[in-house]
Design a protein around this ligand. Structure first.
Ligand SMILES: Cc1cc2nc3c(=O)[nH]c(=O)nc-3n(C[C@H](O)[C@H](O)[C@H](O)COP(=O)(O)OP(=O)(O)OC[C@H]3O[C@@H](n4cnc5c(N)ncnc54)[C@H](O)[C@@H]3O)c2cc1C
Length: 342
């Protein structure tokens, strides 16, 4: 049986805009859950430019992508949002009674009064490596993410890539695997130097293998890998027997399932009104990079503004009989109590 979670608002996307929406909704006593396909919060800031400085966040002259994400997480702490990371929203359905049903790829079902789509440029999805005939093995013995480490116990594993994900999973899975081989196209790694040193130490002690070259072909049957061929940079070809392969070639943004939710779309974006950033379906809002309206700027500060106005309208769906009184955090003791500062 699928697990059903009932809450006020579900936010799809834990990028900067989704995170700040938790704050604006929280000030109005609205409880939130967030789902993100990534295994971390911060969206583009955390995934695409964690160390790069941002110079146009109002009142913060300079902050990195990770720094902004950390600050937003600190700011929303008083509202105890629940995160469902590493999970993709697949289906959205508005029911006749006004409730909205949302289903994830892990069969979790949310029943909510309002839905906020803060899905940015869409879902981050793994880049497929250029290996002919890889498709039949995908999700059977070729995996782009590690959902359960134990499923790789006592297996002959091949990890492909030279960045942090490839190195982190090499270090985490090497103790479980029967034998682990890391394959990278050159003997130079983009990952953290400490991880590179640890990986090289495991190779030196004979506890894992490192192969410099490119995977050129796969052998196996019915989706089950038996071996990978690797063409070395010296021109030689090696056959590496394996039960599973984990390629880490980075992530790319694709619109993904958003287009199938019955919402009006314009050039892969969701048109909204600018009074509340509501979509054509009442109770479903779209904020941040995913929306479009005349004059839209894909900036973090625009998404913050959109979240504030969205929350004002969402309040009326959550508390239809209550009047909303506008208050400042500077002077309202009630808001300060919610923030835990009064
Ligand atoms: C290199 C670079 C530099 C930038 N510099 C600046 C800058 O200096 N200033 C500025 O204001 N902006 C900058 N931007 C733009 C800024 O990063 C975006 O405007 C901002 O990230 C949008 O935030 P968001 O929360 O709307 O979406 P995102 O940050 O894209 O987050 C959306 C999240 O939704 C998730 N998601 C999508 N679909 C689903 C689904 N179906 N199920 C579950 N999760 C889903 C995604 O995985 C993602 O984590 C920059 C962008 C880039 C790429």
């Amino acid at each position: 049986m699928a697990e059903t979670i009932k809450t006020d608002v579900l936010i799809i996307g834990a990028g900067p805009v989704g995170l700040f929406a938790v704050f604006e909704l929280g000030l109005l006593d609205i409880k939130t859950h967030l789902v993100d396909i990534l295994d971390k919060v911060g969206g583009q800031c955390a995934e695409l430019y964690p160390e790069k400085p941002i110079y146009d966040i109002p009142g913060i002259p300079i902050v990195t992508g990770n720094g902004l994400t950390d600050a937003l997480m600190e700011q929303i702490k008083p509202f105890h949002p629940t995160f469902h990371l590493g999970e993709m929203v697949l289906k959205v359905q508005k029911l006749a009674d006004g409730q909205i049903h949302v289903t994830t790829d892990r069969d979790k079902v949310f029943e909510v009064k309002c839905l906020v789509i803060a899905a940015g440029g869409g879902s981050f999805q793994p880049k497929r490596p250029p290996i002919n005939g890889i498709e039949p093995y995908e999700n059977k013995s070729v995996h782009y993410a590690v959902r359960k480490m134990d499923s790789f116990r006592d297996k002959r594993l091949v990890i492909v890539g030279g960045g942090d994900s490839a190195l982190d999973w090499t270090l985490n899975l090497q103790p479980l695997a029967k034998r682990l081989t890391l394959i990278h196209r050159r003997d130079d790694f983009r990952g953290a130097p400490d991880s590179v040193n640890k990986m090289r130490a495991l190779v030196a002690s004979g506890d894992m293998d490192l192969k410099i070259g490119q995977v050129t072909g796969l052998e196996g049957a019915d989706g089950q890998l038996a071996a990978a061929s690797v063409k070395g940079n010296d021109g030689t070809t090696a056959r590496i027997e394996c039960d599973a392969m984990l390629p880490f070639f980075g992530l790319t943004m694709k619109l993904g399932p958003v287009a199938e939710w019955g919402l009006k779309m314009e050039d892969e974006l969701i048109p909204v009104d600018t009074a509340a950033f509501e979509t054509n379906i009442p109770g479903i809002f779209a904020i941040g990079d995913i929306n479009t309206y005349p004059g839209k700027l894909k900036l973090i500060l625009s998404g913050f503004h959109e979240g504030a106005l969205m929350a004002q309208k969402a309040y009326h769906y959550i508390y239809p009989d209550k009047r909303l009184v506008f208050q400042y955090t500077t002077s309202s003791t009630s808001l300060q109590k919610k923030l835990g500062v009064a």
